[in-house]
Design a protein around this ligand. Structure first.
Ligand code: AVJ
Length: 313
């Protein structure tokens, strides 16, 4: 685990255009900072998706068109805050289903399971910890149809061909008629997006610089926080929010675990994250190229975000 982190850091920081993967944001500290981001009024995706899932549960369930028991498989369930309302609705309406939350973090799953057991004692819950794809393979063996949940807009972190690859993998592990509900952030007034990512509180800056702290801690490096800054930029044509760490001086950083000294130029960038925003047309196209039929887009009242319901063909 730490070895691949070291290898990825080496690869990214010795590339011509330096980069670090946003998947490394989420250590314990980073997950806490992400909670702070989700609590900012400017970070609209959380509230938008919460609104969709709590106000339109009935419509979403009807659109599944499953007549009988089914599974709800949530990929990257985290602490499960988003799905509480729909689960509560289903349990209260005595709908027969099994909930299978999957997350890479044992800690997150433990918190989720304890909370759900307390609040929804009748819920049939089968938590799984680990890699999506290993666990997803079991989905094809189930006698019940499944609804896969891939929420939060995480698809936005992938460039086009990687997004397709991921969706193809989901598709390959689904049965014909299974559904995927995928949370996707939409193109909108650029100022709204700018304020959500280049936040005035500096929380997103802390979220990014935490990557350097993590490298210091886990790989024995000597990044000095004051010598780096954060910059991000939304391009309303492509829909890309690109995030960077900026070196404020010409400097060197030593990383013990890989015994390597990295040189940074004055104002050199480390690319950290892509958060792509989609148009409705791009979403239809993405569904089509990954062998899904788009059934319905469930939008929030401001049309900032969609939970898009797709069927495996
Ligand atoms: C959790 C990947 C959906 O890209 O909007 C929030 C992460 N980055 N602010 C996103 C994030 C900066 C978030 N996702």
């Amino acid at each position: 685990m730490n070895k691949t982190f070291a290898q990825d850091v080496l690869k990214g920081l010795t590339a011509k255009n330096k980069y670090l993967s946003s998947k490394y944001f989420y250590d314990d500290n980073g997950s806490r900072i992400f909670q702070e981001i989700m609590n900012m009024p400017e970070y609209y995706p959380t509230n938008a998706e919460f609104e969709i899932l709590s106000m339109q549960t009935k419509q979403i369930i009807e659109a599944l068109n499953f007549n009988g028991p089914f599974n709800i498989v949530e990929l990257g369930a985290g602490d499960g805050f988003k799905t509480f309302k729909p689960l509560e609705f289903l349990v209260n309406n005595k709908i027969d289903f099994h909930y299978i939350p999957i997350d890479i973090s044992q800690e997150a799953i433990d918190i989720l399971v304890n909370r759900l057991k307390e609040k929804l004692p009748d819920l049939k819950i089968h938590p799984k910890v680990g890699d999506y794809f290993e666990i997803l393979k079991d989905n094809r063996k189930s006698n019940y149809p499944s609804l896969l949940l891939f929420l939060g807009g995480n698809i936005g972190n992938y460039v086009e061909d990687k997004a397709q690859e991921l969706l193809n993998l989901f598709n390959a592990n689904m049965k014909v008629g299974d559904k995927l509900l995928i949370g996707i952030d939409l193109k909108k007034n650029p100022i709204i997006i700018h304020n959500a990512y280049y936040d005035k509180h500096g929380i997103t800056k802390r979220f990014n610089l935490n990557l350097l702290l993590r490298i210091n801690r886990e790989l024995g490096a000597d990044f000095k926080m004051d010598d780096f800054d954060f910059y991000c930029h939304y391009n309303p044509i492509t829909g890309n929010v690109n995030s960077y760490i900026v070196s404020l001086t010409k400097q060197t950083v030593y990383i013990k675990a890989i015994d390597k000294t990295i040189n940074f130029d004055y104002n050199e960038l480390i690319s950290t994250e892509l958060s792509k925003k989609y148009s409705m047309d791009e979403i239809s196209n993405l569904a089509k190229v990954s062998n899904f039929k788009l059934l319905t887009n469930f939008l929030d009242c401001k049309h900032y975000f969609t939970d898009s319901l797709w069927e495996k063909l």
